[in-house]
Design a protein around this ligand. Structure first.
Ligand code: SAM
Length: 249
């Protein structure tokens, strides 16, 4: 039966592809992917030969039209991103939206996601988390975004590119103060996986102590605001309000 299969792929370890995903990848008529080279590498690893459709952030609308036309012919199409779950800090959401709007079937295939993988091994005890994903590049916008999160009691989940980890950890320390726990989950499921937890105050020195600790892909988790922070939070409230008001059009 015709459907768009939104299919999670590994975030490092190629064995983290589910059996169901393998099966679906071998029976679909085509695979829509963020990067054809990357996806053909994964498929080759499993001896699967497939028609690939480029569906990246710059052509999502055209790709959606192409995929809808094929689904309307009764085809099955898989949608993958380079790593992990499509549409989570990755392209795919627009395609899913268009396919659903066209009244066609969307079937999710769960699998790896860096955020949930990091949370599961963090030891941070909190039933709530707030997935923030990538912070803005510009320091002013990043500061504003962090201030909005300062009183959030949920565990905060950030994605970060390798070259900005030191800068971002400094910004987190500035925004949230020294006491909260931070977890730096690096290269998850890969050869140099490391999951380091410490007080935010100690994180810059830990990163600086070894250049290898700054390399690779990171999920950053920060403990949510606790009741003890309320006094500080109240004192900061006026300052935060002024900064946020300055951002209003
Ligand atoms: N869709 C993906 C998912 O479901 O997790 C996320 C894609 S996003 C473009 C890439 C970011 O995810 C990286 O910059 C990093 O923050 C995080 N990430 C992906 N793979 C990772 C890994 N193996 N270890 C740590 N972080 C990872």
């Amino acid at each position: 039966e015709s459907a768009l299969y939104v299919l999670a792929t590994p975030i490092g370890n190629v064995c983290d592809l589910t059996l169901r995903a393998l099966h679906v990848l071998s029976i679909v008529n085509a695979v829509a992917c963020e990067d054809t080279r990357n996806t053909s590498h994964l498929l080759t690893r499993y001896g699967i030969s497939q028609t690939l459709i480029a569906a990246h952030e710059h052509n999502e609308r055209e790709a959606a039209d192409k995929i809808i036309a094929r689904l309307q012919q009764g085809e099955r199409i898989a949608l993958v991103s380079d790593a992990g779950t499509p549409a989570v800090s990755d392209p795919g959401a627009r395609i899913v939206e268009a396919v659903r709007a066209a009244g066609l079937t969307v079937v999710p295939l769960p699998g790896a996601s860096a955020a949930v993988t990091a949370l599961s091994a963090s030891g941070l005890v909190n039933d709530q988390f707030h997935f923030v994903g990538f912070l803005p590049n510009k320091s002013k916008q990043r500061e504003t975004a962090l201030l909005k999160l300062a009183q959030d009691p949920s565990t905060l989940v950030f994605y970060e590119a390798p070259h900005r980890i030191v800068e971002t950890v400094d910004a987190l320390l500035q925004a949230f103060g020294p006491q909260r726990q931070i977890v730096l989950a690096r290269e998850l499921t890969k050869l140099f996986e490391s999951i380091h937890r410490c007080a935010l105050a100690d994180a810059p020195a830990w990163l600086a102590a070894d250049a290898n600790r700054q390399r690779g892909e990171f999920v950053i988790l920060v403990e949510g605001a606790t009741a003890g922070e309320d006094a500080v939070a109240d004192a900061d409230a006026e300052r935060i309000l002024q900064i946020l008001l300055a951002e209003l059009p």
